[in-house]
Design a binder for this molecule. Structure first.
Ligand code: 5GP
Length: 120
């Protein structure tokens, strides 16, 4: 997908465990699993189990503040679990120009190699 249709995404099936994923962290609100096409030795996606309109960060409303905080906190927990807490990157791609391909908000946690700045 390259556009925000608001329809279901592949992540719904991952949440429902209809398709397998490599889960590294899970709680009531958040699921974190390994990216199928890793861009670093550690590449984990952290997503809200309930999308609740959050196809992308651009759709964030005040009511999403709590889950947004939970996602970021979970990203830190994932970095610790993966042993990269001393050096990692958190990315949210938004929209076509931001290279977003799945329209269910997700935080990329990348680590295990030297990052470059600015990103491409
Ligand atoms: P985006 O480009 O939207 O920021 O990130 C979407 C990410 O989801 C990509 O890095 C892509 O590799 C990952 N992805 C897409 N489909 C699947 C899948 O079925 N399983 C897993 N684990 N990752 C996926």
């Amino acid at each position: 997908e390259t556009a925000d249709t608001g329809g279901p995404t592949i992540f719904d099936k991952i949440i429902a465990k209809q398709i397998p994923s490599n889960i590294v962290y899970e709680d009531e609100k958040v699921l974190a699993f390994r990216d199928i096409n890793p861009q670093a030795p550690v590449h984990v996606l952290v997503i809200p189990k309930l999308r609740d309109g959050l196809t992308g960060l651009d759709k964030a409303e005040p009511r999403h503040a709590e889950i947004l905080g939970q996602l970021l906190y979970a990203a830190k927990v994932v970095a610790e679990k993966e042993g990269v807490a001393d050096g990692f990157r958190v990315v949210i791609n938004n929209g076509e120009e931001g290279c977003q391909s799945v329209y269910h908000l997700h935080v990329h946690v990348l680590g295990g190699r030297q990052m470059k700045w600015p990103p491409g």
